[in-house]
Design a protein around this ligand. Sequence first.
Ligand code: V47
Length: 361
Amino acid sequence: MSNWEDIVARVEAGERLSADDALALWQQAPLWRLGELAVKKKRSISGDKVFYNKNFHLEPTNTCVFNCKFCSFRRPKGSPEAWDMSMEEVEQLVRSYEGRGVTEVHIVGGVHPEHGLDYYCDMIRRVKAIMPHVAIKAFTAVELAYMIRKAGLTIEAGLQLLKEAGMESIPGGGAEIFDEKIRAEICPGKCSSAEWLEMHEKAHKLGFDSNATMLYGHIESVEHRVDHLMRLRELQDKTGGLNAFIPLKYRNFGNSMSEIGEVPITDDLRTLAMSRLILDNVPHIKAYWVMYGKQTTEMALAFGADDIDGTIDDSTKIYSMAGADDQRPRMSVEQMREMVERAGFRAVERDTHYNEIGYEE
Ligand code: V47
C-alpha cells in the first residue's frame, strides 16, 4: 500500500491526523478520494444538511492603521475612495435591511486610528435598537486587540463591555496564516498569531462563539497550511467555541501582491477537504460563496463544506474590490436552496449559532 492509502485507512478507522500524515495526504492523495473522505466526515456531523443564513455586512470604514499586502479594501485617510460612516449612516444602512428576515449583522472593517471601544459599543447598541432580534457577529481579533488595547483594558474586560452592548459572536477574519515568518511578510505589524488565538480563547471562555479563517494561496506552503489548521484544532480542543472554519482563497486584484496570481480551483477543493479532515473537532466548514463565486461554492459541497454563508444583499466590498466574480454580491434564499439541492444536499436556514430556523421535514 502507498503511504496515502495507509493514511486513508487510518482516517477511515477514526484515527486523528498527525501533522506529518496530513501533509502526506494533502500532497499525495487523488482529489476524488479526498472529496469522498471529507463528505463522509461531513455526513457524520451534519448529515445531508447544508446551512445558509439571512445576513448582511456592515463595513463602517476602509481606512486602516495596517497595510496588509493582500488587502484590496484599504484606502488611506483622505483618499477619495476612503469612507468612514457616521452613526447616522450606520443607522440608515441598518434600516434599509429591515423587513427582510435578517438574523445576523456581520460588522467588520478597517482598523480606523480615530475610533475606539466606546464608539464600537455605541455602534452595536444602535444596530440592536433598530433590529433587536439580530445576532451581532462583529470585529476580527485584529480589530478587537486594537480597540481593547487602546482603551487600556484587559482582553476580558474589553470583551465584557462589547458583550454588554449586545455582541454575540466573533467572525473568523484576521487569522491570515499563523506561521510567524509568512505573517510578518504579508501583514507586518498586525496582531500576532498568539494574540489572535488568545483573543478567541478568552472570548470562548466568556461565552462568545466564533469562527476561524485561513488566507491561503499566496506565498505560504502546504506545510504552513497544515500548521495553521493544527493550531486551530488545538484551540478547539481547549474551548470547543469555534462554530465554523472558513478557508479564504487569496484573490489578487488591486493589491500589492497581485503578481502572485491565484491558485487553481483544484487547490481550493483540496484545501476544503483537508480542512474538514484535519479539523475533526470543528463542526462546520464554510464555503464562502462571495469569495469563491457560485460555481466553486457548489463544487465545495462535494469536498466537505456544509455551509455557504448567507444572502449578503450587496453589503460587502472586501471581495468585490479583490476581484471576485460577483461585483454586487447577493443571493436569494431560492438561489441558495437551489444550489444546495443541485449538489445533492438539503438546505437548512440557520442562525449565527447554528440553531436551525423553520426546519421542515
Ligand atoms: O481577514 C482580505 C481576507 C478576511 C483578501 O466569520 C482576503 O463568518 C482573499 O474573515 N483575498 C475578512 N482574502 C473576511 C472574513 C470573513 C468573511 C466571511 C465570513 C466570515 C465569518 C469571515 O478577508 C480578512 C482576510 O483574511 N481578505 N483581502 C484578498 N485579497
